[in-house]
Design a binder for this molecule. Structure first.
Ligand SMILES: [Zn+2]
Length: 408
């Protein structure tokens, strides 16, 4: 996994090469938690063909921290030239290797510059210290203090991602939850969800252009944006999505107590709406329900409530999903998506499953969206009304298709 991580960064970032050997002072042990003593040879002779030395340990961690990382030496421009990455041993035994790879990339990003300590060393094009990396202010809409990254490339790529071209979008929010070690050094989970630099790493993490942009705006690296992956969350949702509390979000990004099941935001799975009753009241700004102690399950995601995929609810991944319901005309597979539906084969009634949705095949032809049941393709009406099929009662609505067909 370490080799893969090195390979990934070699492709994703370019740095002005160090001339000769990389000299390290080794003045004190490098890193946290006692750190690591640099080998003598690294200090006396330096390291050939290197721009950064990473010391990797597998020491136990406290709490639910899986890994952490710090930079411990910087060059004259403030760029990290040595860092300490620690991964908890229990994390190494995890069967999910993709999770470990994601964790390593995440931690190395911290060493390279995704860290408030590093922000103070960031440079502009002319290698002058930047005077503004983040802006902290009391946000009236959100009702709390917010820290936003206002770096030029970060703002530009965020605008493109969210479709947030209004003046009201001034920068990309950093995480405020999670306590020391998390808050301020990650993207806000409410806004970037499964992005690799949010405060919790999931199995389907993606590296977005915003993260590469932040590293490029450090003035130390050139980013290869073709290494960025597609982040679905928030895409083309507009300025309001990026600057408003989540109880004003629209459609598939939001669920409430009355919806037992629904489609996840990207329509790739059927999901449920997890709402937790906490023992104490949530902070004022996170009280989206009449009951002050009710909210979503993630404090990092600001207690927002959104549909979370059932473990067997994928519309696209046939291996992990339950069998499609033939009575409802469902088909699962890579071109299937979750849609709100009342469809049922004639002569049958929809079961007690109260499920108002299902997985149906879709395709885009000539800029219009088509859906299929039992091999019969029909185009979704522009007006958004329900589509009906021979041999079935009810129908399903694909208003969402027209709006988001460019996304799929
Ligand atoms: Zn982190």
């Amino acid at each position: 996994a370490l080799g893969q991580t090195v390979e990934w960064f070699r492709k994703a970032l370019a740095v002005e090469p160090v001339k000769g050997n990389l000299r390290l002072s080794g003045y004190s042990a490098c890193g946290q938690d006692g750190g690591v003593q640099l080998p003598h040879a690294y200090i006396e002779d330096g390291v050939a063909n290197a721009d950064l030395v990473l010391l990797v340990t597998t020491r136990p961690t406290t709490g639910n921290t899986l890994a952490w990382a710090v930079a411990c030496e910087r060059d004259q421009w403030g760029r990290a030239i040595a860092g300490h990455v620690n991964v908890a041993p229990r994390h190494l035994t995890a069967e999910a290797e993709t999770l470990l790879s994601a964790t390593l990339i995440h931690e190395v990003m911290h060493v390279l510059g995704f860290d408030p300590h590093a922000f103070t060393h960031f440079r502009d094009e002319r290698k002058r210290r930047r005077d503004q990396v983040t802006v902290q202010a009391l946000d009236e809409k959100l009702g709390r203090m917010v820290t936003r990254v206002v770096l030029p490339r970060v703002v530009m790529h965020s605008r493109h991602h969210y479709g947030a071209f209004s003046q009201n979008f001034s920068g990309l929010e950093l995480e405020d939850g999670g306590g020391r070690g998390t808050s301020g050094s990650h993207w806000e989970k409410r806004l970037l969800m499964n992005e690799i630099m949010t405060g919790s790493v999931d199995t389907r993490s993606v590296v977005s252009k915003m993260t590469l942009a932040l590293l490029e705006d450090s003035g130390w690296y050139q980013a290869n944006y073709s290494m960025a992956e597609h982040l679905d969350w928030g895409r083309n949702q507009g300025t309001e999505f990026a600057i408003s509390p989540c109880n004003s979000w629209k459609g598939a990004y939001r669920c409430n107590t009355t919806q037992l099941s629904g489609c996840t935001y990207n329509r790739e799975a059927e999901g449920y709406c997890p709402i937790v009753s906490y023992s104490g009241d949530l902070p004022k700004w996170a009280q989206y329900f009449p009951q002050a102690n009710k909210g979503g399950q993630s404090s990092l995601a600001d207690y927002c409530t959104y549909f979370v995929a059932y473990s067997d609810g994928s519309c696209t991944d046939v291996n992990s999903a339950r069998a499609p319901d033939r009575m409802l005309g469902e088909v699962r597979g890579s071109n299937s998506r979750c849609m709100a539906s009342t469809l049922v084969r004639t002569g049958f009634v929809r079961g007690s499953m109260t499920q108002g949705n299902g997985c149906y095949q879709h395709r885009c032809t000539n800029n219009s969206l088509e859906v299929a049941v039992d091999g019969v393709w029909k185009s979704c009406p522009e007006s958004g009304g329900p589509v009906q099929f021979p041999g079935f009662n009810g129908g399903f609505c694909c208003l969402w298709c027209i709006k988001s067909s460019s996304v799929l």
